[in-house]
Design a binder for this molecule. Structure first.
Ligand code: DON
Length: 307
């Protein structure tokens, strides 16, 4: 394919093109996210060689939201192993919205770790003997992927904690089904925190390049995830990372990816690079309209589809 060449110029042109897209609106169900400036648009590409190319609002911070789910899933696998994690969360696309209050009827598991139910179940698997240790391990995990400590956006964390009753319903349902064991409020607190860390498009591209690089951060050289589990994370991103658009995404773009309601999309080119795009207006599936369009154009331009 070849991500080398005048990539910076290409990203600048792409940024101007997708800026003209006016579809979607910033997420409003989390009050703090509704305040986002809809004009923001940042792009970053990070390679496994440690090069980073950027355009637009690449340094504007936004909460990582659901994109965190991919990294926490990797951590859960590393700490507990596949068999244990699979008892608590499946790897099946749900074909349903990200906040669906539904478990797999056959085995009572959440469908996969990329939807809220599965991510809440996965948050329970974060290592640590008490809440403080688990919070610290979560922060360390994300920092190793990003190559710097990520700040928690207190306002978004508190906003979500105050209003996230649908996630509460999911957590209590999973307690009743025997899928989680700890106090749902404790598990939710960690989940709300994990969604509320601030990243920039540049951070996110580096986090994705770490997955592309078998778990080693290409800038710091630090290992963030055991290489053994990178394919697990990337596979679930490919099949489930874009919610009920996942099938169409795999068909059209053909890269492992994860989106978040604050307007980020992270797409990984295994062995090569990662693309991170941030623009707050999201479509009916919860995916950033501009980021989606940009990913399609990049994949097409550089022939990135895996198949
Ligand atoms: O739990 C929630 O609803 C949010 N913290 C994260 C959801 C999210 O990013 C889903 N993305 N499309």
């Amino acid at each position: 394919m070849g991500m080398d060449g005048p990539i910076g110029d290409f990203l600048k042109t792409l940024h101007a093109e997708i800026g003209a897209i006016t579809d979607g609106a910033p997420a409003s169900y989390i009050p703090e996210l509704a305040k986002a400036d809809p004009n923001l648009c940042g792009i970053a590409v990070a390679t496994v060689d440690g090069a980073v190319h950027v355009a637009g609002d690449w340094d504007h911070p936004f909460t990582i939201q659901s994109i965190s789910k991919a990294f926490v899933y990797g951590h859960a696998l590393e700490v507990h192993g596949r068999e244990r994690v699979l008892r608590q969360v499946g790897v099946e696309p749900s074909g349903d919205s990200f906040n669906s209050i539904a478990l797999d009827t056959v085995n009572k598991r959440p469908f996969n770790p990329m939807v809220n139910s599965g991510a809440i179940a996965t948050a329970e698997l974060i290592a640590g003997t008490d809440a403080g240790e688990r919070q610290a391990n979560l922060a360390t995990l994300l920092a190793r992927f990003a190559g710097r400590p990520l700040p928690l956006d207190e306002a978004t964390y508190l906003s979500e904690k105050a209003t996230g009753h649908r996630n509460r319903a999911i957590a209590w349902m999973m307690l009743s089904a025997g899928m989680i064991e700890r106090d749902p409020e404790d598990v939710l607190d960690l989940y709300f925190r994990q969604c509320s860390y601030n990243v920039t498009a540049r951070d996110l591209a580096i986090m994705g390049a770490t997955l592309a690089n078998d778990g080693v951060n290409p800038i710091t050289g630090d290992r963030a995830l055991d290489a053994e589990y990178c394919p697990d994370v990337l596979t679930v991103m490919l099949s489930c990372g874009m919610y009920n658009y996942a099938g169409q995404w795999a068909y059209e773009v053909g890269l492992p990816a994860k989106s978040g309601v604050s307007g980020g999309i992270l797409a990984v080119i295994p062995g090569q690079a990662a693309i991170a795009i941030f623009s707050p207006p999201i479509d009916a599936n919860g995916n950033s309209a501009r980021a989606l369009a940009a990913c399609k154009r990049i994949a097409e331009r550089f022939g990135l589809h895996l198949f």
